[in-house]
Design a protein around this ligand. Structure first.
Ligand code: F6P
Length: 356
């Protein structure tokens, strides 16, 4: 059903889910592109909390994003308007008297608050969860354009998401540093990286960082094969090993991620092991030039989409350009590592062990 739309005057931006380097570049590009069109641009604080719990914010749950407010933020990690990954309006945690947090349906309340602010359109920046929320708000009649964001790079409809390049680059820098200490102490260094469901960060940082073993959620690993790889290296005079593990990697028939002591236990490898968990370090920092460019392109493309009358779509990288895909398709499939992709084949040609 076509909804008669009035000309756009006021646009709200929401950043949701785990933060990622590049979010501020998206905000800056969207704000400048909107201001260029004579629109007023606003940020909703902390996902949608600024509209659902305005009383929490002394300076108000919605911030006017002027040219000055977005000056000099392209290179800053995080998001100047804040985010949350516990703010789904369809199942919104509300504190009870007994300090429990039952989740309640508050989408319609959000739509009412959105309309009370007289916003004409919403730019939602986030991962799969945020894109699902954006789709449901679009179904409720809001004029929404989504911008994909996650360091995990696990959104199938876009070739890559901003944040991923920065996370991989930092992980490789860490692996380079850990190589020397592993070699000096003849140890096994187990480096855990983020990636709950997809192993892109582990795979790409493992290859670029010359890891010997990479364990990803897509390949349940056999720890005996990991141990064999390490012992074979030892026999070949390579008396240290680098193991990169995605946090979502699981053993065959098991449910827990590899423990460094399991890999380094004396009776298994006869070697010491140390574990380094990079965790949220991969979510921080200044975005790489590549991520800044993707993020700036995505932010400007979201405004162009609205200006062209598009809604219910997500911008996506489709090299060499940016395209719009239906929000309803945006989270249909997660982008797992295809086991026959050339990156995987390259890793195997380099002799990397995946525990299989
Ligand atoms: O989705 C991005 C991500 O960084 C995952 O890789 C990670 O498992 C998760 O977010 C961590 O979420 P939180 O910030 O809530 O700990």
């Amino acid at each position: 059903m076509e909804i008669a739309r009035t000309p756009i005057r006021k646009v709200a931006i929401s950043t949701g889910g785990g933060d990622a380097p590049g979010l501020n570049a998206v905000i800056r590009a969207a704000v400048l592109a909107g201001l260029e069109r004579g629109w007023e641009m606003y940020g909703i604080r902390d996902g949608y909390n600024g509209l659902l719990m305005p009383e929490k914010y002394l300076e108000g749950g919605v911030v006017n994003l002027t040219r000055d407010r977005v000056r000099g933020i392209t290179h800053l990690g995080g998001t100047i308007i804040g985010t949350t990954n516990r703010g789904n309006p369809s199942s919104y945690p509300v504190k009870n008297a007994d300090a429990t947090y039952p989740e309640v349906e508050r989408s319609d309340e959000l739509v009412r608050a959105f309309n009370m602010h007289e916003f004409d359109a919403l730019i939602s920046v986030g991962g799969d969860g945020s894109m699902s929320i954006a789709n449901s708000l679009s179904q409720k009649g809001l004029r929404v354009v989504g911008v994909p964001k996650t360091i995990d790079n696990d959104l199938d409809e876009t070739v890559v998401t901003f944040g991923f390049d920065t996370a991989v680059s930092f992980a490789v820098e860490c692996l380079d540093r850990l190589h020397s200490t592993a070699a000096s102490h003849r140890r096994i260094l187990v480096v855990e990286v983020m990636g709950r469901y997809a192993g892109w960060i582990a795979l790409e940082s493992g290859i670029a960082g010359s890891a010997d073993v990479v364990l990803i959620p897509e390949i349940p690993y056999d720890i005996n094969l990991v141990v064999k790889k390490i012992i074979d290296r030892e026999k070949a005079g390579r008396n240290f090993s680098m193991v990169v593990v995605a946090e979502g990697a699981i053993p065959k028939g098991g449910t827990v991620t590899v423990q460094s002591k399991e890999v380094g236990r004396a009776e298994r490898t006869g070697k010491e092991a140390r574990l380094v968990v990079l965790g949220h370090l991969l979510r921080g920092g200044s975005p790489t030039a590549n991520d800044r460019l993707i993020a700036l392109r995505f932010g400007a493309a979201a405004v162009r989409a609205l200006d062209e009358g598009q809604e219910g779509v997500m911008v996506a990288l489709d090299p060499p350009t940016v395209k719009y895909v239906p929000l309803s398709d945006a989270t249909r499939r997660m982008k797992s590592v295809p086991l026959d992709c050339d990156t995987m084949l390259t890793a195997r040609d380099l002799g990397m062990c995946f525990g299989d």
